[in-house]
Design a protein around this ligand. Structure first.
Ligand SMILES: Cc1cc2nc3c(=O)[nH]c(=O)nc-3n(C[C@H](O)[C@H](O)[C@H](O)COP(=O)(O)OP(=O)(O)OC[C@H]3O[C@@H](n4cnc5c(N)ncnc54)[C@H](O)[C@@H]3O)c2cc1C
Length: 388
């Protein structure tokens, strides 16, 4: 299988790697560490990428983008995830909030929200999941009640609770799924674009092994949202969610990080490779095959996006492969390095990234929809006779 994306893509990779080398501190492992300086690094890095036209390389120029191809965007996301996502929490705005606003937003919403995302100035969070609505998102209960008459022309009051909201404590804006009107299940869900500091919003951090700032509960108590906050059709939120999830599921290019970690492990163990058990050699090779399969499925989704579709089934297939390779690579790294897998710092094996990778890999089959749900989506499509 030839994964070569051509000379321009190769040049873009070189440029990105040079920037990463110059701008990120040694041993950088992402924004969600105990060191608050890491968040600041990601904020500065986003602004730098934006100044150089690399943050939204594939967005149309009228929205502050570089007008490049989805393949350019793929290269950017691979290099970012391979190097511990130095765009930090902003990747969510870049990866799918922006594209969802392009697809479903009014011209006013596009003018209001897209330039700050493209300039690397704003963090968004995603308020979908609720305590009783995770996999079964369509059962969400957060409610938006119209102010004045039933049209919503005077705005809405939103009340409910969200959970597992990544980055809510650091976000300036939140995209909230709420139920309007009498519709049940998928009908009646509407998306709202709400400032994260709107009166009535309370964010409570959830301590987790993913590190500080990551997961949160968000309580919404009579939060006002003007009519201009509605993204897409009233009651048409499910279409926005589908767009969002298709972008989200293919946008997390952790297969690129997996390949980098496996390669580094191979290089570091090379002098003693022959002394390692054959079972470890086999596990390393199997993990590499999984990584390449994940890349292939991700590229298949990008190709479908290129022809204008919302390839949510293909994105689910890619997501299954990515989360599985995440976990396989984590196990290979830990088995090969034994107790040294806990070593931290840039001089530790595999630049000290193993413990961090292992922790996040455990959650990867849950975030963005669990692996069981992705499998159901793919299975139903295949049973309907669809081709991926
Ligand atoms: C790191 C991380 C970040 C996250 N960030 C966000 C975020 O920013 N915004 C947000 O809105 N949400 C976020 N989530 C929440 C995530 O989307 C949900 O955790 C996920 O959708 C599962 O929902 P749940 O936790 O309610 O589990 P449940 O839906 O209760 O599922 C529990 C178990 O039952 C299984 N299950 C449930 N239904 C079925 C079924 N029909 N068939 C087969 N198996 C089933 C599931 O696969 C799972 O194993 C995040 C989660 C994680 C781990």
């Amino acid at each position: 299988m030839d994964f070569d994306l051509g000379q321009d893509a190769a040049a873009l990779r070189v440029r990105l790697r040079r920037l990463i080398d110059q701008e990120l501190p040694d041993g950088f492992l992402g924004a969600f560490t105990d060191d608050p300086a890491d968040l600041a690094v990601t904020q500065a890095f986003c602004r730098l990428l934006a100044e150089q036209g690399l943050l939204t390389v594939a967005w149309p120029s009228e929205f502050g983008g570089g007008g490049g191809s989805l393949w350019d965007q793929t290269v950017v996301r691979e290099e970012m995830w391979a190097h511990h996502e130095p765009r930090g929490a902003q990747y969510m705005g870049l990866n799918w909030v922006g594209p969802a606003i392009m697809a479903h937003g009014t011209p006013e919403q596009q003018a209001r929200h897209l330039p700050p995302i493209a300039a690397g100035e704003v963090i968004w969070c995603q308020g979908f999941s609720e305590p009783e609505a995770g996999s079964d998102l369509a059962s969400l209960r957060t409610r938006a009640v119209p102010v004045g008459d039933t049209s919503g022309a005077d705005g809405w009051r939103i009340t409910g609770q969200k959970i597992w909201t990544s980055y809510a404590g650091m976000a300036q804006w939140c995209i909230i799924a709420a139920r309007v009107g009498p519709g049940e299940r998928h009908e009646g869900i509407t998306m709202f674009l709400v400032p994260a500091d709107a009166p009535g919003i309370e964010v409570r951090p959830i301590r987790s092994m993913l590190g500080p700032h990551h997961l949160n509960e968000v309580f919404l108590d009579d939060v006002f949202a003007g009519p201009e906050a509605v993204l897409g059709e009233l009651g048409g939120g499910w279409a926005v969610i589908r767009t969002a999830l298709a972008h989200e599921r293919v946008g997390i290019a952790r297969y690129a990080r997996c390949e980098r970690l496996l390669s580094e492990l191979g290089r570091e163990l090379e002098p003693h490779w022959g002394d390692l058990p054959a079972s470890l050699h086999a596990a390393w090779v199997r993990a590499l095959v999984q990584v390449r399969v994940a890349r292939l499925l991700a590229y298949r989704t990008v190709r479908a996006q290129e022809s204008g579709g919302v390839p949510d089934v293909a994105a689910s297939a890619a997501r299954i492969a990515v989360t599985q390779c995440d976990q396989s690579v984590a196990e290979v790294l830990c088995s090969a390095l034994e107790e040294r897998c806990l070593d931290a710092g840039s001089t530790a094996p595999v630049h000290g990234a193993v413990e961090d990778h292992w922790r996040y890999a455990q959650a990867s089959t849950v975030s963005s929809g669990t692996i069981e749900i992705q499998r159901s989506i793919v299975a139903k499509a295949l049973l309907r006779g669809e081709r991926l």
